[in-house]
Design a protein around this ligand. Structure first.
Ligand code: SF4
Length: 70
């Protein structure tokens, strides 16, 4: 799985980067983006980021949808 941040929706609050710092990072536009895959180790914190995002900008895409190998 790979998290995805909708750049139009993200308000750059930084919540996801503090909840799941190994997956989310702020980019040059001041928006969050996913910089790593969701794994068993960080899956719970990614879920917390998804639930906690005030504008619901985070979604998750399974690798089969992106065409990448799992
Ligand atoms: S929690 Fe949501 S709005 Fe806040 S930085 Fe992350 S994606 Fe953007």
């Amino acid at each position: 799985m790979r998290a995805h941040v909708d750049q139009e929706l993200c308000i750059g609050c930084g919540l996801c980067t503090s909840v799941a710092p190994d997956v989310f990072a702020m980019n040059a536009d001041g928006k969050a983006e996913a910089v790593a895959d969701t794994t068993d180790a960080n899956g719970e914190s990614v879920e917390q980021a998804i639930e906690g995002c005030p504008v619901r900008a985070i979604s998750q895409i399974s690798k089969t949808q992106t065409g990448e190998q799992p």
